[in-house]
Design a protein around this ligand. Structure first.
Ligand SMILES: NC(=O)c1ccc[n+]([C@@H]2O[C@H](COP(=O)([O-])OP(=O)(O)OC[C@H]3O[C@@H](n4cnc5c(N)ncnc54)[C@H](O)[C@@H]3O)[C@@H](O)[C@H]2O)c1
Length: 169
């Protein structure tokens, strides 16, 4: 049985991905900062006969991500496929730009991917097996109204993913 870890699994696309993977027979490790929503996702999967566990983690915090990797390895064994889906989608005009929100967007949308790779890639390399997925956006490629910061974070997500293969070899 494949073990998937899905971030941002508390709602939206992350919840749908988690439920779909569980229906295909995978064990799904649900990771979200929103404890209530995330437990609800895990419960929905279990109610449908699937296997799921929920962990409350802020993926933007490197210490929490490193700790998560250790806990998951002990409690569930290795993660086969990591789906980095958690993101902050903030629409702001230039007049509304807020430094704290811009920093938060980069922390969650971009830097968390580096923390996840640092935490989970070593075990995948040791096993010579594993996949790392990241959800980007059309906003990475085309200007989207009020989404210049979000789009730039997603362009970074795409670029990091194109380059990940070369880090791994
Ligand atoms: N919704 C769209 O139209 C769309 C389009 C293109 C790409 N995307 C991408 O798809 C992904 C999911 O989008 P969505 O619309 O389902 O988002 P959403 O806002 O509905 O859900 C995001 C989830 O991530 C969680 N999250 C946020 N910050 C977190 C953190 N620091 N640590 C852990 N969890 C955190 C939230 O609690 C939430 O459950 C994102 O990467 C988004 O950029 C969405």
């Amino acid at each position: 049985m494949y073990s998937f870890q899905v971030t941002g699994s508390g709602r939206g696309l992350g919840r749908s991905i988690a439920q779909s993977l569980a229906k295909e027979g995978a064990k799904v490790i649900c990771v979200d900062i929103n404890e209530k929503n995330n437990h609800e996702t895990a419960q929905l999967i279990k109610d449908e006969g699937g296997l799921a566990a929920a962990y409350t983690v802020n993926v933007a915090k490197v210490e929490q991500v490193m700790e998560l990797a250790k806990t998951i390895e002990i409690e569930h064994g290795p993660v086969d496929i990591l789906v980095n889906n958690a993101a902050l989608v903030m629409g702001m005009t230039v007049a509304e730009w807020d430094p704290a929100e811009i920093i938060a967007s980069y922390n969650v949308n971009v830097l968390s991917l580096y923390w996840m790779v640092m935490a989970f890639l070593p075990s995948m390399r040791k096993r010579n097996d594993g996949h790392i997925v990241a959800i980007s956006s059309i906003s990475a490629l085309a200007p989207t109204i009020c989404l210049s910061i979000y789009g730039a974070t997603k362009a970074a997500v795409s670029s990091r993913s194109y380059n990940l293969n070369s880090y791994c070899t």
